[in-house]
Design a protein. Sequence first.
Length: 277
Amino acid sequence: MRSIKHEPFCYNDATAIANTVIQCFYDGRDSFDDFFESNLNDIAHKLIKPEKQSLLHLYIDWIKSQFDEIQSILDNVDVVEFQSIFDFMESTLNQLGERSNTKLYPNYPAIQKCYHCTECRSCLKFQRYIDWLKVKITEYTPQIIHSTFHILMINKTFLRDFHEGIAKAIEYDKVKLHTLYPENIDANGIIKRTSWPVWLKRGIFFRDKGVCTLCRNPLSGDLFLGIDPDMDHIVPLALHGSNDSSNIQILCNVCNNKKRHYSSATSSFDIPMWNLT
């Protein structure tokens, strides 16, 4: 019997971070090169073998650390201006299953009345609340990043563009990568094909709703004569694609044979819930 682990998602924060990731990727080619160079050792092994903590997780974490204003806000508190942001942070924690610390919740009117003197009882309590938020946001950062990953994994157009960016970086750094992993990455920067773990096959099939990404034909056993779907690299290995878990989609045998290693074809089609008639 399959074991399925259900997890809470913080869609509020994750949606904002996903938007930042997309904007930074398309607006900042130089910053993407910086990401690849500064994380090369962590990136290299993810190119070779699919991991649950993918290249996309790494990129989200890097963008979050570059552009995250939360710590700045918490360290430079303006009570009047940032009260709504504190409440937003609490909302994120609530979505992840963390209960609000009602004993520490600030008395904002009292703090505003004393102009945040930092010395009265209300201000000292407020500082303890800030410290609590810092600890909890740090503690839940992996879940926040994974929630963002969950949103971006649905956007296959972005995944294609992201991995085409990775492919350019692989080609540029092929000598370094070949030196690091000579058995898995050849001198031209082409990565050796790997076998797919069961968790990845099931996860990609679930994300793609059991439908061929390109022709949209169903691939479930009862509707497709029991033929297993093909696990396809969105950006092919021959075009400097990788075996990273976010570079995979499912195709029917016919579409996969047409696509082969010639293109990075994918699709932004999905099945709206209202179309399930």
